[in-house]
Design a binder for this molecule. Sequence first.
Ligand SMILES: Nc1ncnc2c1ncn2[C@@H]1O[C@H](COP(=O)(O)OP(=O)(O)OP(=O)(O)O)[C@@H](O)[C@H]1O
Ligand SMILES: [Mg+2]
Length: 157
Amino acid sequence: MPLSLMVNLPTATSTHEFGRDHLAPLLEPGDLIIASGPLGVGKTALVQGIGAGLRIEERVLSPTFVISRVHRGGRVPLVHVDAYRLGSVREIDDLDLDADLAESVTVVEWGEGLVEHLSAEHLLIELSIQPDLETRTAILTGSGPGWHQRLSAIMEL
Ligand SMILES: Nc1ncnc2c1ncn2[C@@H]1O[C@H](COP(=O)(O)OP(=O)(O)OP(=O)(O)O)[C@@H](O)[C@H]1O
Ligand SMILES: [Mg+2]
């Protein structure tokens, strides 16, 4: 049974800080995170928070036009992918993400249904916009025993 956790993120700062202070400390090489949700919901904002928490100094920008970027210099390399323009598993496989997966944290925006096969375990983060247009809700669902344990740790915070 996958374990899910819901988090309210009232402002852009809350989203950044959630990535920085709650997710990043749990992340290890080999982790795969899939960030989903509509345009402008805050997927990149969350990845920027994760980058800050991994102590990556360079700016984590949206990789929309380059599809994939690797940020080094932090505790773990961060591979940031925007799959928005990719339509198939075949195109994802052409990016050769497996080459870096084992030693990096890989976060894929718009990756739902496209990248799950890259790793037996992954964390799905589904972001949605609430009626006030500022609050975001994140539903985190971990697949695999490792994520089960780590989400339980976040829940105890
Ligand atoms: N609670 C919130 N959490 C995150 N971002 C918020 C929040 N409230 C407002 N925002 C704003 O929403 C925007 C989120 O943009 P961001 O690029 O992170 O979205 P995205 O999901 O990556 O979009 P895309 O699908 O185009 O890649 C930013 O301008 C941010 O300031
Ligand atoms: Mg984005």
